[in-house]
Design a protein around this ligand. Sequence first.
Ligand SMILES: Nc1nc2c(c(=O)[nH]1)N[C@H]1C(S)=C(S)[C@@H](COP(=O)(O)OP(=O)(O)OC[C@H]3O[C@@H](n4cnc5c(=O)[nH]c(N)nc54)[C@H](O)[C@@H]3O)O[C@H]1N2
Ligand SMILES: Nc1nc2c(c(=O)[nH]1)N[C@H]1C(S)=C(S)[C@@H](COP(=O)(O)OP(=O)(O)OC[C@H]3O[C@@H](n4cnc5c(=O)[nH]c(N)nc54)[C@H](O)[C@@H]3O)O[C@H]1N2
Ligand SMILES: [Mo]
Length: 711
Amino acid sequence: MSASNTLPVACNRDCGAACSLVAERGPAGTVRIRNNPRNHSLKIPCARGIHAAESRNAPDRLTRPLVRSGRRGSGSFAETDWDNALSIVARRLGAIIDTDGPEAIVSFAGSGACRGVLHNTNLLTARFLNLLGPVTWLKGSYSFQAAAFVTPFAFGRQPAGFDVRTLLETRFVILWGANISDTRFGNETEQVMRHIRQHGGEVIVIDPRRTRTAKTLGTEWIPIRPGTDSAAMLAIAWVLFSEGLVDSDFVATHVHGADEVRNHVLGAADGVPKTPEWAESICGIPASRLLELARRYGRARPAALIPGYSIQRAYGGEEASRMAIALQALTGNAGRAGGTPGVNLWFPPASPPGPRVAAFESSQPTGDSIPKATWPEAILARSDSSQRLRAAYVCGSNYLNQGSDATRSIAAFDTLDFVVCNELFLTPTARHADVVLPATHFLEREDVVTAEDNYLYYSAQVFEPAGEARDDFDIFADLSRRLGLGDAFDEGLDKASWLERIIAESAVGAAGKDAFRDSGIFDGGDHQRYGLAPFISDPEAHPLDTPSGRIEISSESYAETGFPAWPAFRPAPPSDGYPLMLVSPHSRFRINSTGDNIAWVRERDPVRLWMHPADAEARTIADGAEVDVRSETGTMRVTVSVTEEIMPGVVSCIQGAWMAEDPSKGGRADGSVNRVTPLEPTRPSIGTRTHSVMVEISPSPLPGMPLPDGA
Ligand SMILES: Nc1nc2c(c(=O)[nH]1)N[C@H]1C(S)=C(S)[C@@H](COP(=O)(O)OP(=O)(O)OC[C@H]3O[C@@H](n4cnc5c(=O)[nH]c(N)nc54)[C@H](O)[C@@H]3O)O[C@H]1N2
Ligand SMILES: Nc1nc2c(c(=O)[nH]1)N[C@H]1C(S)=C(S)[C@@H](COP(=O)(O)OP(=O)(O)OC[C@H]3O[C@@H](n4cnc5c(=O)[nH]c(N)nc54)[C@H](O)[C@@H]3O)O[C@H]1N2
Ligand SMILES: [Mo]
């Protein structure tokens, strides 16, 4: 650990940003974190990075290995030493491999520390488990499964991402289900939007909630019913086609499938023109407002349409992602400076490459996969067969809390013989493990951190590990040796040597390493990257690797999935008796469930169910009351906030609250929303659809009473 009192660090969390910060050590072990003064002026870190020491120093950090001593999930554990804990893990995993093969082990790696080059919970877990053989892994993404699935049909493998600085001169932006002032999508986006607004631009926010983005950056808030974005977008396309607002020159040279989309939009195919009136009854936006928005959008040159991930974490979310791309292609904005291709701002599957950085190598596990969105079903389906899955390795994730249908998730874990979890805290998932191994916080280790934009960051070690906590790297290296794999995991090099090597082989280079360690920042230079640029400038010389070589807004290949070639609105299946729609967005102060146990976070973002006054009155529910939220899947109890910042007919509860220990035994209103979200995915991508859940809400019978069955 360096002796200096001011050290560069970089936030290693999963928001698409990666912020360079400096940590100043003060008297008596105090540490103050602030923005790195050498950052570009557009870069603003968020409260989670500035307050990272709150989680490092949290009183409930795990400091010793734990071995379960009571029923699974009961929270009864005995502390033990590392030698004993690791020998149990090695013995249990080894025995399962001997009898059932590595296939019986499931990797539950996750995004807890996902931006580190060395200390990366996804990569380290994959590297270790790969050494055991073809283990089973979870395929797909909770974040952007539908978007990642459909985007290659439109753009092929060409990166379609872009730097947000390309939008500085843009004066018309639609943030479609994108709450960027909370969820960030890079650390420049908020400032770029502020700049656009200050220079007279329009920033339109389409969201069922009047978010902080709508309030502080938006010039207009348009509420929309969740899961109906593709209907509103189709109506906008209807106006574009009907009023001559399609950029026919761009379409003629760069776009495939515009005729099919037009036929669908005008109703030639099914006899239903997708007019603003048609859309109004579905999405709740008045037809006149849609018409007027479409005209302004169609005439603005350039216009940036920026979807959030929310619109595709919904039933039929694939088609919302496809329509966002189609609109930007039809208006020529995909090819115009300051326009966008209609993909998300933070889009790992399609980001243009950043600075070269050597990897601590690890491929995806080579065994079979099960879809991430529906993993409990896959485990339960096999539980009585010869292919029974027997063990889970959890690292950097809180799957029991974050996957849909918590009851099924717990039931699935209960069929496993052995669960091991590397964690900083006793999360609901860790509580269901047999062995819990205390892991370090990112401020307790040195790393190189990657961003989605064109930078690399250096993160120094600021604190000693809490108690006996160890780096995941060391845990896996030790386990590998105990499993007879020698130094296959670390190749005989320690962490410091790996980092030297990684930095030397990166764009930083051996010559630049001292400056990098000193400033914390390596600038890749070009911040006007636009992944589609070569194709846009010369589509004949640089065709996309789609079948037509062009942007395919209707796709014959997509039709092979069983859904229409063109994007079409797909309503969520009816759910009798559950009239309200629930969304579960991401909290400003947490990262998913990370931070829910931190007092600092809880004070700032208490878990509340937002409900419109009209919906509350109809159910005689008062502000501050405890309510039961019921879906076909389950029940959760939560405190209500009656507010006009959500549209009628929709309720909202931020995701990520930890499930209380045993809610059936009495009443803590934990607001853990995945008690009510269904496992039935959106298709064909098999993605989660946590933003289109039908619920009914009633006052809790008596505060503190047990929840009804199915909770
Ligand atoms: N502060 C913070 N930032 C984060 C995260 C975090 O947990 N906290 N998580 C990170 C991760 S892992 C991800 S994947 C991203 C998630 O990014 P998103 O998926 O974009 O984030 P959400 O908060 O789920 O939704 C964004 C907004 O969409 C609205 N919304 C919900 N459903 C719909 C809909 O059907 N249509 C429309 N138009 N709007 C809808 C919500 O009210 C919310 O305000 O954020 C990343 N950034
Ligand atoms: N209802 C609903 N559910 C959702 C969503 C939604 O919008 N609505 N969003 C979904 C999305 S987009 C995502 S990405 C998932 C995220 O779900 P998860 O991937 O489970 O992410 P987190 O909840 O942040 O849990 C990460 C855990 O990693 C731990 N951790 C942090 N650093 C380290 C480390 O260095 N080592 C180890 N071993 N552990 C570490 C943290 O303590 C934390 O418990 O949730 C999904 N769930
Ligand atoms: Mo995510």
